[in-house]
Ligand binder design. Structure first.
Ligand SMILES: *[C@@H]1O[C@H](CO)[C@@H](O)[C@H](O)[C@H]1NC(C)=O
Ligand SMILES: *[C@@H]1O[C@H](CO)[C@@H](O)[C@H](O)[C@H]1NC(C)=O
Length: 147
């Protein structure tokens, strides 16, 4: 009987190096996407928050977009080739959109319409494609409404 096949040192080394490289790339992507952006929108206006990823020309069915507030309220969600608003917070109902054409080109754009004072706050866009993801943070200011 042959002994079970074991990894050769070269294979193990390759695995370690590849893992390390992958982690570095992920970290770099995360750091870039993670830089919070300040945006300003006046009451009754529409605002767009865009999160660009490294991938391009993907199938809509291969990506997931989750837009959330800091307190984990669902603002908008897109998965399995369609918008999924089952868990959307009531206050965002009918006021959100993600631009499907942009998603295909590696950009997750959340459109928030008819801004109200209470929309002020922090928004997260999580953009997944196969193993990778991008995370963008936005601080939305609604001027004239600060205490
Ligand atoms: C965003 O605004 C905060 C305070 O309102 C400020 O500290 C920060 O530097 C701003 N960030 C950018 C990228 O402008
Ligand atoms: C915001 O978007 C809605 C729906 O697309 C549109 O009817 C409205 O005119 C827009 N408002 C502004 C200020 O652009």
């Amino acid at each position: 009987m042959k002994p079970p096949r074991t990894c050769r040192p070269a294979e193990i080394l390759c695995l370690v190096v590849c893992c390390a490289a992958g982690c570095l790339l992920n970290l770099a992507g995360f750091t870039r996407g993670n830089e919070p952006r300040n945006i300003t929108a006046s009451v009754n206006s529409n605002v767009s928050m865009s999160c660009a990823a490294a991938w391009k020309d993907v199938q809509l069915s291969e990506v997931t977009v989750n837009c959330q507030t800091d307190s984990h309220e669902v603002v908008h969600s897109f998965r399995d080739d369609e918008d999924d608003l089952t868990n959307q917070a009531e206050r965002f109902r009918g006021r959100t959109e993600v631009i499907h054409k942009d998603i295909r080109n590696g950009k997750a754009s959340l459109l928030l319409k008819n801004i109200v004072p209470n929309d002020m706050g922090t928004y997260h866009i999580y953009f997944f494609h196969h193993g990778g993801y991008e995370h963008c943070i936005f601080h939305l200011q609604v001027p004239g409404m600060s205490v």
